[in-house]
Ligand binder design. Structure first.
Ligand SMILES: [Zn+2]
Length: 787
């Protein structure tokens, strides 16, 4: 480098002594990237809550909260008395807005899930706000039943009051062209029963142009538009125009398609409706537990639900909804301010262009002697080693944490109360590990070569997503595209020529990857809890790989500072997580207890799904209870459960009445009536004999499935569950191929534990909550019959 070149560079920057300059650059990079990560996370927050005194045309979470408190006083699953209280409250609130609500009461059948056949009496609540013109309607959906153990504030009370407050705000504004249908589904938790009932039987289902479903799986965080119907091109375009504060990306859409999860929208979508699905997912310990209460709810998440519901209904309420399908879009939000979208076909061209440019640059680097094949191979290896090490070590430490931290059992859905501390510890560990690997590789491989390996990995992932998950291409294409310029500059210049302009370009080029990846880490962690930590670790290694030139500058003053500091922070955070007390009143310990009465044997037990008793359950189970299967109550599983003999409670056993019995060519047709004299909430009916069931109906409805019309797969322990059985009972018709007498078993389940004379009081200490298992804290009575 000549003197002229030096002076033509930015002089004040170059004039400082080398070491001090390196320190300044190093610290500046860390601070700049740190600030941008913080900003990206901040933008992930839901919008500010709006108080109850807001203008009537606005959606106010403050007003919605008042209603939410009313419907979350107690758990309200299908078949419970509290369920009817919530139903009546919603009907009253609809009437108060001047609409006439209706109740769709029918027997519904889940045709989707295997194993236990789920059926029930559902009561969908409906209201229709008439538009000014004929045309298709906008359908807004939330389910009003709760999980048996949960108050249902977020899942899905927030959705219910989102609909109610939206109705109120719409009435306060100018009328829309299209009708708006408000559907409060029932029996979602029992198997999407209300959604089936609406789509299969309700005449209004034929009027729907577009559906928006509101859900939650946690208690806070942004409401993410995480799922769309097929052919979402038109929907996404209009969503982008209308949604304030959009949080959404097509990666979620692709991933959700791969996961076994279902919501009501699954049923609407599978039956051809176009629609969008919204949920907030942070605060996993609240999911399906007693922590799903108003006090745990972040009001801003409710506001976010509402801001979508009102804005989208106003927008789609004035659109022509006859043609709502167009080829899929790739889309992602830019720090929750704007939704970027383009057709999948464009995404492929863009990816192809980036791949060609990158390969061209690598060839350029090889020709100029700045890159060599051995260096490239080692560079590709370095990122793989970092990824495998980070995923492996975090998984290993997580197992240790799960052993030490009892709050992390499965009843908290893959979270612990201290998940965030562990997450930060694992992030620091991943940074530290990757830094160590790169310090070691940098002894043999130049920075230029080390820069290329990760770029090639990104390119491979970009091509794989292009083929298999087109909605995910954006995540790889844009960061890679932005990295091409600094990569070109690095190859073009000699190493000693690193200057301020390159530094600025490097920092700007890092922004897309940080802006796209940071919220994604947060969402993956929210969605999967600590169980998804290896995914976060691998993605973080990929992100760091893209920042190799930045990290090389950070490491210049001293290459061991970053790895050393990261590992130290990781260890300290891990110790804080492990050594903190695991439970208190705000972080209660989940546990499990149920009561089972076997009417044939005349015996009763206390049972538990826990691995071992705690101080409260030990009062019922003793400190060393037996552990074995409970075929009288859980006939299809041989899982052992903790159990102890219990006093006999004076409970009427459920009854199976044989109304009709016909035999024809080895096929028996039985007509049965199932009743629960004690009006339990759920009936479970087992065929204990191994028989082939040819056909079955419940209350006259054929039990078939979306995939297996004749149900022939259920030859072993055919199980039918009925939620919310009416007083008159449930009528079941089964055609079976059998020559022997038929053994059947009926179990009825009521929520809550019996208070028995002489037995310990069933009230729990307040630092304990029932674990999220649905048949936990319940009373089961089992009885078998032979026909
Ligand atoms: Zn739900």
């Amino acid at each position: 480098m000549t003197m002229a070149q030096i002076t033509s560079s930015v002089t004040p920057y170059i004039a400082v002594p080398t070491f001090r300059r390196d320190v300044i650059v190093s610290v500046a990079i860390v601070i700049f990237l740190g600030l941008f990560v913080w900003l990206s996370l901040r933008c992930s927050n839901p919008p500010t809550a709006i108080g109850p005194d807001a203008a009537p045309s606005l959606f106010s979470s403050g007003r919605a909260l008042v209603q939410l408190r009313s419907i979350t006083q107690r758990p309200h699953p299908v078949g419970s008395l509290e369920h009817d209280v919530v139903r009546d409250y919603i009907l009253r609130e609809i009437s108060a807005e001047g609409l006439t609500p209706s109740v769709q009461r029918t027997t519904a059948v889940n045709r989707r899930w295997g194993g236990i056949l789920r059926t029930g009496t559902v009561q969908n609540l409906l209201a229709r706000l008439e538009g000014t013109e004929p045309g298709k309607a906008v359908l807004l959906v939330a389910h009003y039943d709760s999980w048996p153990q949960a108050f249902g504030a977020s899942d899905d009370g927030a959705g219910v009051v989102t609909l109610l407050e939206t109705l109120r705000a719409l009435k306060a504004g100018s009328p829309l062209k299209n009708d708006v249908i408000f559907l409060f589904t029932d029996g979602e938790e029992s198997g999407l029963l209300g959604a089936y009932a609406f789509m299969e039987e309700h005449p209004w289902s034929a009027d729907v142009g577009v559906v928006f479903n509101f859900e939650a799986r946690g208690s806070r965080g942004p409401s993410i538009m995480f799922e769309t119907s097929e052919q979402n091109g038109w929907l996404i375009r209009e969503f982008a125009k209308a949604a304030p504060h959009p949080v959404s990306h097509s990666l979620a859409y692709e991933l959700y398609k791969l996961l076994p999860n279902d919501t009501d929208l699954t049923i609407f979508r599978n039956r051809g409706l176009a629609g969008l699905n919204f949920a907030y997912i942070d605060g996993l310990p609240s999911y399906h537990t007693q922590l799903d209460s108003v006090s745990e709810l972040d009001e801003r998440s409710l506001q976010h639900h509402g801001s979508y519901a009102l804005a989208l209904t106003r927008h789609f309420g004035n659109l022509d909804l006859r043609e709502v399908q167009a080829p899929d879009n790739v889309y992602f939000d830019l720090l929750s301010t704007k939704l970027i979208y383009y057709p999948v076909s464009w995404a492929r061209w863009l990816s192809a262009m980036v791949a060609i440019l990158l390969i061209g640059l690598v060839v350029f680097g090889l020709r100029r002697g700045r890159l060599n094949l051995q260096g490239l191979a080692l560079s590709v290896l370095a990122l793989a080693v970092s990824g495998i090490a980070a995923a492996g070590l975090t998984t290993l430490i997580l197992r240790m944490v799960y052993r030490l931290d009892y709050s992390s059992n499965t009843s908290l859905e893959g979270g612990t109360y201290h998940s965030n501390i562990y997450l930060l510890s694992f992030i620091a560990l991943t940074i530290g590990l990757t830094a160590v690997v790169y310090v070691l590789f940098s002894r043999k491989v130049s920075v230029e070569n080390l820069t290329v390996g990760p770029l090639l990995w990104w390119m491979i992932l970009m091509i794989l997503t292009w083929v298999y998950l087109p909605g995910a291409t954006y995540l790889f294409t844009w960061p890679l595209l932005f990295m091409l310029t600094p990569f070109w500059l690095i190859l073009k210049r000699r190493r000693s020529q690193h200057s301020l302009d390159l530094l600025i370009i490097l920092l700007i080029s890092a922004l897309p990857v940080v802006a796209l990846m940071t919220p994604l880490f947060y969402q993956i962690f929210s969605g999967f809890g600590l169980n998804g930590i290896w995914v976060v670790a691998v993605l973080l290694v990929l992100l760091l790989g893209l920042l190799v030139p930045h990290l090389a500058l950070v490491a210049r003053p001293n290459k061991w500072v970053l790895p050393g500091a990261s590992v130290l922070v990781s260890v300290v955070l891990l110790l804080i997580g492990i050594l903190r007390p695991h439970f208190d009143a705000a972080h209660p310990k989940p546990n499990s207890l149920f009561y089972g009465l076997d009417a044939n044997a005349g015996t009763a037990i206390w049972g538990s799904f826990d691995d071992e008793p705690d101080e409260w359950t030990a009062r019922f189970l003793s400190s060393r209870p037996e552990s074995r299967p409970l075929p009288a109550f859980f006939a299809i599983t041989s899982t052992p459960y903790l159990q102890m003999t219990a006093p006999i409670a004076p409970l009427d056993a459920p009854n199976v009445e044989l109304l009709d019995d016909k035999s024809n060519n080895g096929v028996r047709t039985l007509h049965l009536r199932l009743t629960s004299p004690r009006r339990a909430s759920v009936l479970t009916f087992f065929l204990d004999s191994k028989v082939e069931v040819l056909r079955a109906t419940v209350n006259g409805k054929l039990i078939d499935s979306d995939n297996t019309p004749a149900l022939k797969s259920f030859t072993n322990n055919w199980v039918l569950r009925y939620f919310g059985p009416p007083a008159e009972g449930v009528y079941v018709n089964v055609e079976v191929k059998t020559s022997e007498p038929l053994k059947v078993r009926l179990i009825d389940l009521s929520y809550g534990l019996p208070q028995l004379p002489g037995a310990p009081a069933t009230d729990r200490p307040d630092y304990m909550i029932p674990a999220s298992t649905s048949s936990n804290h319940s009373t089961l009575v089992s009885r078998s019959f032979t026909f």
